[in-house]
Each structure stands twice: as C-alpha cells, then as structure tokens.
Design a protein around this ligand. Structure first.
Ligand code: DAK
Length: 256
C-alpha cells in the first residue's frame, strides 16, 4: 500500500513507505491516508507522527507520472481527495507532527502543512515546485502556506517554485524547529512528548481558539477565546489542575 499506520504506546504513526520514488504520493496512498486518519481519530492515540521511509525524503510530492493524462473531472476529484485527506489530519482531536528529514516538495509539503507542527533536520529541503510543471498546488498549499508564513513569502514560494532550506523555513515559521539529525520517528516522539501530558479538553480548546481565531477578526476571535476559556473552567481537568497546584502535586487529568 506504500503507506503504513502503526501505534507505539500513545503515538499513532503514519509512514509514507515508497522510498524508491522518494515517497511520492499516488492517489491510492491518499485514499489509504484518509482512512488511516479516520482510524487514528477513533483510537486512543494522544499524538500523530508522520514520517517518510528512507533517508532521502519525507515526500517528493504527488506522483508526477500518475498526474498525467487524466480528465478534468479526475483531476478535480484528485485535488479534493488530497485536500480532504490533509484536512482530516488538521482536524484531528490530537496534535500531529511531520518530521521532515529530507525533501518535502509539493504534495509532501502540503501534507506536512496539514499537521499541527513541522520539525526539520538540517538536511531538509522544502518547496512548492508545481509552477515548474505548469501547475499550481492542489492539496491546500495556496491556502495553508500564506496562513503559516504570510502572503508575500507564500507568493514567493508558490510563484517561483524555489526550494528553501531548513534554516530559512525555521526563520519563516514554516517549521517549528530544526532538530539534530536522527531517526525521524524518535525525533517525532521527542518533540510530541511536550504536548501529550495535558488533558485533551484544554489542549483541544486551546488549538480551536487559535485556529478559529485565525479565520476571523481579532474581535470575533476574542469572543471565541472568551467562550472556550470559560468552557475550560467547567471541566473536571480544570478543577484537578488548579487543586493539584494548591496541593503541590502533579495533576492527573482525565480528559473530562
Ligand atoms: N513523482 C514521481 N516520481 C518521483 C517524484 C515525484 N514527485 N519525485 C521523485 N520521483 C522518483 C524519480 O522519478 C526517481 O525514480 P526512478 O527514475 O529512479 O524510477 C526516484 O524518485 C528518485 O528521484 P531522483 O532520481 O530524481 O532523485 P534526486 O535525488 O536526483 O532528486 C528531487 C530528488 C526531489 C530533487 C527530484 O526527484 C524531484 O525534483 N522530484 C520532483 C519534485 C516535485 O516536482 N514535486 C512536486 C510534484 S507536483 C493536483 C494538482 C496539483 C498537484 C497534485 C494534484 N490535482 C488537480 C489533482 C501537484 C502536486 C505535486 O506535488
């Protein structure tokens, strides 16, 4: 299937497993990815880690050979399939990270942008090179990239197709952090361990406040924040968190 879903303790792991083609995404892989994300959503996993097999690439994008000679409607369905699969990752109730340890181009970078976080090793190279093929990004790149790094830089990347290295990507906010080279899965686990000890209610409300706020005005965003922060006070986890502080002990969150 060239895509694997596995679990390791609290972590769900999606591995793009087509290293001979630099993990290029065939449509079948997008379908499998979409199903895998549904499965993760229904699981007890606390975080999702997305990695690419092999040491050269996270993912070199959509499979260019497969993109050729398709009808207009097939292409539209293809775009919707990719958008839907990556959109599902972005809407998961748990946080996700893409570990970029080599190339992340086109659909590969769009997949990474669907994740909550991106980390990169020094060797990482990223870009949306669709324009070089006479195309434009079709799996969310034109929408998620400007929200992450701003309109001017996004236009620079989309309209030139140029490759950015890990340092530039970190400076621009395309990746959260540059990490020392190593096994991508271990790097992902290390990074995600910062997020998994907290209750899901607070974690989800926090993310929702930020993400919904990004889609609207500051004023409307503040109203969302007021509602969600008030809602957080109503949870048992909030009572437990504040009580544990006063009692000088570690809180035991129950996601309730
Ligand atoms: N697709 C298919 N095969 C790929 C591939 C790709 N994207 N990238 C690499 N490969 C394959 C190569 O063909 C080669 O296979 P063999 O020739 O050995 O059989 C193998 O992987 C190793 O690649 P290279 O020999 O090229 O390795 P290098 O180290 O020399 O170069 C590279 C690495 C990443 C710089 C190079 O492979 C490269 O430039 N790859 C293409 C990167 C790219 O352009 N990605 C963006 C693709 S476009 C849609 C609209 C738009 C899109 C999708 C859908 N709809 C409306 C439906 C656009 C999406 C994209 O992602």
């Amino acid at each position: 299937m060239a895509m694997k879903l596995s679990y390791d303790g609290v972590f769900a792991i999606i591995t793009l497993d087509r290293p001979d083609a630099l993990n290029a995404l065939r449509f079948q892989m997008l379908e499998a990815l979409s199903d895998a994300v549904d499965e993760v959503a229904a699981s007890d996993a606390r975080a999702l880690i997305v990695v690419g097999a092999g040491d050269k690439a996270f993912c070199a994008g959509a499979d260019i050979k497969e993109l050729m000679n398709r009808s207009l409607m097939e292409q539209r369905r293809g775009a919707q399939l990719g958008q839907c699969a990556f959109g599902k990752i972005s809407k998961l109730p748990i946080p996700s990270v893409a570990v970029i340890h080599g190339y992340a181009f086109g659909g590969g970078l769009e997949l990474a942008m669907g994740c909550t976080f991106r980390i990169a090793t020094e060797r990482a190279r990223m870009g949306l090179p669709e324009i070089k093929l006479g195309l434009i990004p079709g799996y969310g790149g034109t929408q998620r990239l400007p929200r992450l790094i701003g309109e001017a830089r996004a236009l620079e990347m989309v309209m030139s197709g140029r490759t950015v290295d890990a340092k530039e990507a970190e400076r621009w906010g395309l990746v959260n952090r540059i990490v020392e080279d190593g096994d991508p899965l271990t790097l992902g686990k290390q990074f995600m361990s910062e997020f998994i000890g907290y209750g899901l209610c607070a974690s989800q409300f926090a993310r929702e406040a930020v993400e919904r706020g990004m889609e609207t005005t500051v004023e409307a965003g503040l109203a969302i924040e007021a509602d969600l922060s008030t809602l957080a006070y109503q949870t048992q986890d909030a009572v437990e968190g504040m009580t544990a502080f006063v009692e000088k002990r570690k809180p035991e969150f129950k996601d309730a």
